[in-house]
Ligand binder design. Structure first.
Ligand code: ADP
Length: 521
């Protein structure tokens, strides 16, 4: 009677728990995963450039997408199962105790053996899963790099080579996965083994005790008891699976938290104030900077740019030109020295207030997926369609846009595939104009641009620069003849400074560079 009631209670409990389990597991699991994914993404959005400089983008992606998804599997399959299993385990132990104490103790003897085994296996398992997630990350990094670099790959006919590399990476991922899974599979059979061993022990001892009449063991009790033994080890098997999954999850969680804990080195200082609207007066005071310890890229740079002044920065590749302007947007912090805008040290103002007053146009003008209209509006989300078109008109972008099949509504994607370099740059001019910043930074595109586009860009640029402090990293010197001041930068120092005519008269490095370009043309 008691036995039947107990069995019924356990079955009912299990069925009921299963129903709740399905609901909770899908909900809570997905909630956690969603929160985590959002957290890690928003953190990555804030990380400084230096973070992205030092690792492949695919490795960052894999953390946001794959690791979080894997964790989701573990959570939804494991967590709730475990709670129900622990409950049924508890019930079973209580029933076993209530039936017969010595027999229960015999069964429980298996537990320490099980726990010891888990401990021994754990280390190897963790290492295996860590290696597996590492391989996964490599594989993803390679996929992402290959897609980004597909143009280079195909022009250098490297497809076969890439496929070979990918094949290797994939094979090594497969191997690491199989290895990890194999180790994990060692758990199940072992539990089986202990289960059988304890059953046998209970039988042997039980029969002896029936004969000796020890502790009141009867045939009925022994039969009932052995039925419980398998019920006892069953949840432990699932628990062991859960421990497996948990170990896997730990290796993913470690990676996820590594990213979430990554310090945002470029952040607002305590008590940082918003930068009031500036006129655009910029001053660099004894700036030294290095990307990597010990390799000085900027060496004691000092200069002043009046509000509205246009400054061209020229010099050989690797001289430090981009680095100079990167410090102005505070994409990096200087090692020593100060950058001041209208007399405010950049370290003392909020980054947002600084960057909203600054327009940056990178060499490879980034085009987001969407329409041309959206892409220009990125400069100022509040701008109306008319204002967008107005801006495009001012920088001479309107005409080419109207020639596209859908005009401003033409869809473009990340690489701006259907747009030429010059057209992308015109769009970024319009975007910058719409943002109406006081300070403009332009890293000019190096690609050769036909004379007609160049004239167009020049006209657009002149309108854009009007009345703003501007820094132009120029590769075509014709663009910058009219700039107020030209810096000739080499080895992280400003070697020569002055107007085009002054520098030409000096017959120095700038003169040489200029002469060589125009002799070549
Ligand atoms: P330029 O714009 O004059 O071509 P950069 O300012 O881009 O030169 O680079 C100056 C030096 O700093 C180069 O030697 C370059 O290799 C190094 N450098 C540039 N960016 C990074 C980076 N993100 N991490 C490490 N070194 C860098």
């Amino acid at each position: 009677g008691l036995l039947a009631a107990a069995t019924l209670a356990i079955s009912l409990f299990t069925a009921f728990a299963l129903k709740i389990k399905i609901n909770i597991m899908t909900k809570i699991g997905q909630d956690i995963v969603h929160d985590l994914r959002t957290d890690i993404f928003s953190h990555v959005q804030k990380l400084p450039f230096s973070y992205f400089d030092s690792r492949p983008h695919g490795k960052i992606q894999v953390r946001i997408v794959n690791y979080v998804n894997n964790l989701s599997d573990v959570l939804s399959n494991g967590l709730v199962n475990t709670i129900t299993d622990l409950c049924s385990l508890l019930f079973i132990i209580i029933f076993m105790f209530s039936i017969n104490l010595p027999l229960t103790l015999v069964v429980l003897c298996g537990l320490p053996v099980f726990i010891a085994y888990v401990f021994i296996l754990k280390k190897r398992q963790r290492r295996a899963w860590r290696i597996q997630s590492n391989k996964q990350s490599n594989l993803n990094a390679y996929i992402s790099e290959s897609i980004n670099g597909i143009r280079v790959t195909q022009s250098f006919v490297r497809e076969e080579e890439n496929i070979r590399i990918f094949d290797n990476l994939s094979a090594s991922y497969r191997a690491s996965w199989l290895h990890a899974v194999t180790i994990s599979f060692l758990m199940g059979p072992f539990v089986q083994l202990i289960s059988t061993a304890t059953s046998v022990a209970a039988y042997v001892l039980g029969i002896r005790w029936i004969m000796t009449g020890f502790s009141g063991v009867t045939v009925g009790i022994l039969v009932a008891f052995t039925a419980y033994i398998s019920r006892f080890w069953q949840p432990i098997t699932t628990l062991a699976d859960f421990i497996n999954n948990l170990l896997t999850a730990v290796s993913y969680v470690e990676r996820i938290f590594e990213t979430i804990d990554e310090p945002v080195t470029i952040h607002d200082r305590d008590g940082a104030l918003p930068l009031p609207p500036v006129t655009g007066h910029v001053e660099y005071k004894n700036i030294c900077f290095s990307y990597e310890d010990g390799v000085r890229v900027l060496d004691d740079i000092s200069f002043t740019a009046r509000a509205g002044e246009s400054i061209a920065i020229v010099g050989p590749t690797g001289a430090g030109k981009s680095t100079i302007v990167n410090l102005l947007s505070r994409f990096y912090n200087p090692d020593s020295g100060q950058v001041l805008v209208d007399g405010h040290d950049l370290q003392d103002v909020t980054i947002q207030s600084l960057r909203t007053q600054m327009g940056v146009m990178m060499q490879d003008s980034f085009i987001f997926k969407g329409t041309i209209m959206d892409n220009i509006r990125y400069g100022n989300m509040e701008a109306s369609d008319e204002q967008v078109m107005q801006a495009a008109q001012t920088v001479c972008a309107h005409d080419f846009i109207m020639q596209l099949e859908d005009g401003y509504q033409t869809e473009v994607n990340e690489r701006g595939s259907r747009l030429s370099v010059g057209q992308r740059q015109l769009i970024s001019f319009a975007r910058a104009l719409l943002a109406d910043p006081r300070i403009l930074i332009l890293d000019e595109a190096t690609s050769s641009i036909d004379t007609e586009t160049e004239l167009l860009l020049q006209r657009g640029l002149n309108k854009l620069l009007k009345g703003r402090t501007s820094f132009i990293i120029a590769h075509r010197l014709s663009t910058i003849k009219n700039c107020d001041t030209i810096f000739y930068v080499d080895h992280g120092k400003i070697m020569e400074r002055g107007s085009h005519y002054e520098l030409m008269a000096q017959l120095g490095q700038y003169y040489k560079l200029y002469s060589s370009q125009f002799a070549l043309l």
